[in-house]
Design a protein around this ligand. Structure first.
Ligand code: PMV
Length: 305
């Protein structure tokens, strides 16, 4: 049986969410599907198409570059679920390192394929160890949305995750564009942590301000105030840039989107590369996608409801 998981976009609140602020994320599909190709108890292996990744774990398994992180994460997940001795095949519809939650979606789909009868809490726990390898100090937002989809208001306080589904008054049309540059979530999260150590008061103010935008954005989504939501995305982008996680390409993509009529635009995920989201009025995605394409950036549209 195939197991599947959602990709995700963080609408607002990335990075601040690591420090206890709320964030809003939405599932996008297709994300990742995975299935157990064989369970003969002999070898424990994972193949991921179209990433061309094939990793093995267990006694005597050599480190497999360039997928050593995936190998380490898979080994941790298998150990957590005590599910040694299976060959898992996965298909990812998302680019790796693209800020679209590909690693969490992979973790959820693989965990469900290995342990189809496990309850959600057990899957969450297994995916947390998988994600920790990619993210370091991960908030868990990607994994929570990968498993559930929908629009989620997420908060983690004192290690406890609270999830609150948000019902939008009108569906959200979001253009998602890729900068063409990969980024390591772990190093971006570590960069913000260093900034917080060096300049605690200013960084804390920025993180708190992002949290305030998120709280307001929740009402905007529930009220169907797309113009207001767009402005909040723009403000969130300014604060993310002040955390040094934006890049010239991401800024350019945001500007192109706004000039093409987007209501607001920002990077999504860890930044440093990866993806941008642009909120558009219903059926107004073509000019944004065309502007990106002309500048050499690939994009697609996701309807979020
Ligand atoms: O790069 P992504 O899509 O995995 O998103 C990371 C989101 C962060 O807030 C930067 C980190 C986290 O664990 O919440």
């Amino acid at each position: 049986m195939k197991a599947s998981a959602f990709g995700k976009v963080i609408l607002l609140g990335e990075h601040a969410v690591v420090y206890g602020q709320p964030a809003i994320a939405a599932g996008i599909s297709p994300g990742v599907t995975a299935w157990c190709a064989e369970r003969d108890g002999r070898s424990t292996e994972l193949s991921v198409d179209p990433w061309g990744a094939h990793v093995r774990c267990g006694p005597g398994a050599a480190r497999e570059e360039p997928h050593a992180q995936l190998q380490e994460a898979f080994a941790a997940l298998v150990a957590n679920l005590q599910a040694e001795g299976a060959r898992v095949q996965a298909h990812a519809h998302l680019p790796p390192g693209g800020g679209l939650g590909s690693s969490a979606a992979l973790g959820v789909a693989v965990a469900k394929a290995l342990a189809p009868t496990a309850d959600p809490a057990r899957i969450d726990a297994a995916v947390a160890v998988f994600e920790a390898v990619f993210h370091g100090n991960a908030s868990g937002i990607d994994a929570a949305v990968a498993a559930r989809g929908g629009i989620q208001y997420f908060r983690k306080t004192d290690g406890r995750i609270a999830l609150d589904p948000i019902r939008p008054r009108t569906p959200l049309s979001v253009c998602i564009g890729h900068s063409g540059q990969g980024a390591s979530t772990r190093s971006m999260v570590e960069g913000v942590a260093r900034q917080r150590e060096r300049n605690p008061a200013a960084t804390e103010r920025t993180l708190t301000a992002i949290g305030e935008l998120v709280k307001t954005a929740r009402f905007a989504i529930e009220e169907g105030d797309l113009e207001g939501l767009g402005k909040l995305l723009d403000l969130n982008q300014i604060l993310l840039a002040s955390l040094m996680v934006s890049t010239p390409e991401l800024e350019r993509m945001c500007q192109l989107a706004r000039a093409a009529g987007a209501l607001g635009a920002k990077l999504t995920g860890a930044g440093g590369g990866g993806a941008v989201i642009a909120l558009v009025a219903a059926s107004c995605h073509e000019p944004v996608l065309a502007a990106w394409q002309e500048a050499g950036f690939r994009g697609f549209v996701a309807e979020i409801s």
